[in-house]
Design a protein. Structure first.
Lengths: 463, 103
């Protein structure tokens, strides 16, 4: 009798989850939506505890307490600059949880009279495969973001053939295991292949492509959850999984569009391994004069500017320069200048990464603009301040068909009256592509740590 | 094709369309909270883990279930908390066109 409350709790949870996403359409109501989502989750968990098969609560309680402790301390202590790492880790946990539930469900149901229906078997196999793939794939992404594994693409001969071969093997196993659910070896082999595919598929993907990879792994984690829903006949899992799956998929599509690259190219392209040595060799030998400016010169130009646009990039996150940047912007505004922030969809290592950092530094969100909304304004701008961004301001994407990033939508930074680039060194960016913006006559290069430079600029402007 | 599967597919496809509709309206400004939030939501696989950990399916099943409950709880609890922490930071310009808050 009381068990009939379970589906009701799941219905409430589903409605809450949909509202959560709907309210995310504006920063005004987003917090309320998030609160609703957590309420829905609580209702679903309480409802589930009424399940007749749950007889032993000790391990549940232990898991809930341990998970809450780890989850909340991570949520409280992790710096905003480390958000991509934290998201990669959570995909990792999500994938593992789904895969383990699939394993348990298989081990249990295989002994039941009547065996496992075909479609449940297919769902379980997909769940375990996708779950383990997400688990190791996200671990790899985390390792690359954290610098534990080289951020550069790792390639070897026959790499794509190996990955495709593994994928095809997994598909064959899927068909076999659906035909013979009792053949446990096949099922576990699928899980092992999932683990291997996760590692091998992320290995050749470079650090700058992380926004796409993280979004895709987000999508896989969602699909694994949805497969769990099919296996358990649990509709809230199907709904939540479908929402998460589409969200990740849409984000990865947007990210690849923002780089003008196809999925195939991101996943199998091993970007940036091409002729980076050739570019590096041409750099110092070429007779191009870089206009390297001192902080004093830069502060004079900035102090006279009326319209300033800031273009932040991954370098800002690396040097944690968002607060120093905001401090400088407030000073400029105090002198009567307007300051706007231009954020490229793939700036940073995950979708929206820069926006969160700017928000952390108290930049009002109505001062932050997308590519399309601000690109016409650069021509009317006195100074563009580029903080640790590179490819998203490279004019080669517009006018050099030979460039690997040709066709990628970029900011029209080169049209501004003056450009100021804060950069650690003159090394080419991640993709190893020369940036002609840096040698333009109206570009000032201010080399050094972005945070220190911004502080010095503020200091010079105060006098 | 069994009814249960068909019904599940209906729900999956409709939820996918709904997700597409709703998520296309999320501005790029909030893409990181979106990802953190959907992450927390997909931690709903917790309900599957609860049964795995709490039904007496055997020792191995209980241990795997316990690990799954822990992982899924990290995602739900941590996910909602960190999404809130991020969303709290997004502020509009203060009244009179003044920038809100100190740097």
């Amino acid at each position: 009798m009381i068990e009939s409350l379970i589906p009701v709790s799941y219905l409430i949870a589903s409605v809450c989850f949909i509202l959560t996403l709907q309210l995310l359409s504006s920063p005004k109501h987003a917090r309320l939506g998030n609160l609703l989502g957590s309420f829905g989750m609580l209702v679903a968990v309480l409802g589930t505890l009424l399940h007749f098969e749950i007889v032993e609560y000790r391990w549940i309680a232990a898991g809930l307490i341990l998970g809450s402790l780890i989850g909340s301390s991570m949520a409280i202590w992790i710096p905003m600059t480390k958000m991509p790492e934290r998201i990669a880790l959570s995909h990792c946990f999500g994938g593992l949880a789904a895969a383990l539930v699939g394993l348990v469900e298989y081990m249990h149901r295989i002994h039941l009279p009547g065996g496992i229906p075909r479609f449940v078997m297919a769902a379980l196999a997909l769940e375990v495969f996708l779950g383990f793939l997400t688990f190791t794939g996200s671990l790899m992404a985390f390792g690359k973001l954290q610098g534990l594994i080289t951020g550069a693409p790792v390639t070897y001969k026959g790499q794509n053939a190996t990955n495709i071969g593994l994928f095809v093997t997994a598909l064959v196993l899927l068909v076999l295991v659906v035909a013979n659910p009792g053949w446990g070896v096949l099922f576990y082999a699928m899980g092992v292949i999932g683990l291997a595919v996760g590692v091998l598929a992320v290995l050749p993907i470079g650090g700058a492509d992380m926004p796409v990879v993280i979004s895709l792994l987000n999508s896989y984690a969602g699909l694994a959850a949805a497969a769990t829903g099919f296996a358990l006949g649990n509709y809230v899992l199907i709904i939540a999984g479908a929402l998460d799956g589409t969200s990740g998929f849409l984000l990865s599509l947007k990210m690849s569009q923002a780089m003008n690259r196809s999925f195939r190219n991101v996943l199998f392209g091993a970007f940036g391994t091409g002729d980076s040595t050739g570019v590096a060799a041409a750099g110092p030998g070429g007779a191009v004069a870089v206009n390297q400016a001192s902080v004093e010169d830069a502060s004079e130009v900035l102090g006279a500017a009326q319209a300033v646009i800031v273009v932040p990039g991954y370098g800002m996150a690396v040097s944690q320069a968002q607060h120093a940047l905001r401090e400088l912007a407030v000073l400029l505004e105090g002198k009567g200048a307007t300051v706007k922030y231009a954020v490229h969809p793939v700036a940073g290592r995950m979708p929206g990464h820069m926006n969160v950092l700017l928000a952390e530094a108290n930049v009002p969100y109505d001062q932050i603009f997308d590519l399309d909304d601000i690109n016409d304004e650069f021509a009317r701008t006195d100074v563009v301040l580029v903080v640790g961004a590179n490819d998203v301001v490279n004019p080669a994407a517009k006018n050099n068909p030979g460039s690997p990033i040709y066709g990628m939508p970029v900011f029209n930074v080169d049209q501004a009256r003056a450009v100021m680039v804060l950069k650690r060194s003159m090394n080419p960016g991640f993709a190893g592509i020369e940036n002609e913006l840096f040698v333009q006559p109206n570009t000032m290069m201010v080399l050094g740590d972005a945070k220190a430079t911004l502080r010095e600029l503020s200091g010079a402007l105060k006098h | 094709m069994s009814n249960e599967l068909l019904f599940g597919l209906y729900i999956f496809v409709l939820a996918g369309f709904l997700g597409h509709h709703v998520i296309s309206k999320v501005p790029p400004l909030l893409h990181t909270p979106l990802m953190a939030g959907t992450n927390a939501i997909s931690g709903i696989s917790l309900v599957g883990s609860l049964v795995a950990a709490g039904a007496e399916y055997g020792t191995l099943a209980t241990i795997l279930g316990f690990v799954a409950v822990t992982c899924a709880t990290i995602n739900t609890v941590g996910g909602f908390l960190i999404t809130d922490r991020m969303l709290r930071m997004f502020k509009k310009r203060g009244p009179g066109g003044k920038p809100g808050g100190k740097p």
